[in-house]
Write a protein that binds this ligand. Sequence first.
Ligand SMILES: NC(=O)c1ccc[n+]([C@@H]2O[C@H](COP(=O)([O-])OP(=O)(O)OC[C@H]3O[C@@H](n4cnc5c(N)ncnc54)[C@H](OP(=O)(O)O)[C@@H]3O)[C@@H](O)[C@H]2O)c1
Length: 284
Amino acid sequence: MTRIAVVGAGGMLGTDLMRALSDHDATALTRNELDITDADAAVEVLSGYDVLVNASAYTRVDDAESDEENAHLVNAVGPHNLALAAARHGSRLVQLSTDYVFDGTATEPYPEDAPRHPVSAYGRTKAAGELLALEHNPGRTAIVRTAWLYGKHGSSFPRTMLKLAADRDTLDVVNDQLGQPTWTGDLAAQIVALIDAGTPSGIFHGTNAGRASWFDLAQAVFVCAGLDPDRVKPTDSSAFQRPAPRPSFSVLGHRAWLDAGIEPMRDWKQALQAAFDSGALTAE
Ligand SMILES: NC(=O)c1ccc[n+]([C@@H]2O[C@H](COP(=O)([O-])OP(=O)(O)OC[C@H]3O[C@@H](n4cnc5c(N)ncnc54)[C@H](OP(=O)(O)O)[C@@H]3O)[C@@H](O)[C@H]2O)c1
């Protein structure tokens, strides 16, 4: 049986990934078991696995603007260390990445081979991590870019909406940024499908299909929670200035899954309903 190590197993995606791998030979490694910034520890701890999945990251997008050095350590030096360990042990590596490697100025879905052009510190560090992982474990690395994640664990936009709905009559939500809301339950299953297919190398876009604005997502969350969606009001990004620029168009294409013989992920609305049905999201 394929031996799998999940690094960053205590995070939002890592937790769901371990659940999705319950019938596989999978080992959970939290930061306590492996700090990915430690190159020697990576080689030692990651010996004996066929597949390494890196779900760990510095994910505080706004903090990264003033803390790029530390973000780079986790998001670029970390994957570099994992790729070196994978190359030493002959393992395949699945490196999670992000839509923030793009600048968000496109008008059509980004294909997997679109040039990287990050405009935030977080995006720069994740783009560097992709390149280092591909370069140092050549032919055995899969990059899985995801976006707009939510799940049972950790903080996420749908959870924030549900909390705010309990406190406020109406909510203003931006309607001028488009992306692909993605359930960690679906992404975890997709990564398992990738591993079961032999972990082909390349770049894959691990997002639910379709597109939505944050306003669309907030309204859909209200509907799923049995709340009145008209309580959500549209506004634009100028009302919410944040340290890191947000891409206005983060829609990713899904061609690479089909080329690898794997069904792409379902539409975001079906996934959101499934997340509620499974109890991963609940009205507060
Ligand atoms: N969340 C999103 O909307 C989103 C969007 C696009 C892409 N992604 C990508 O998807 C992946 C999973 O994200 P997520 O939201 O599940 O992240 P998360 O919940 O923030 O979890 C990240 C995990 O990484 C661990 N970690 C941080 N530094 C580490 C280190 N030096 N060594 C080992 N572990 C370390 C953290 O441990 P501690 O708790 O101890 O810090 C945490 O358990 C990441 O690659 C992220 O960049 C996420």
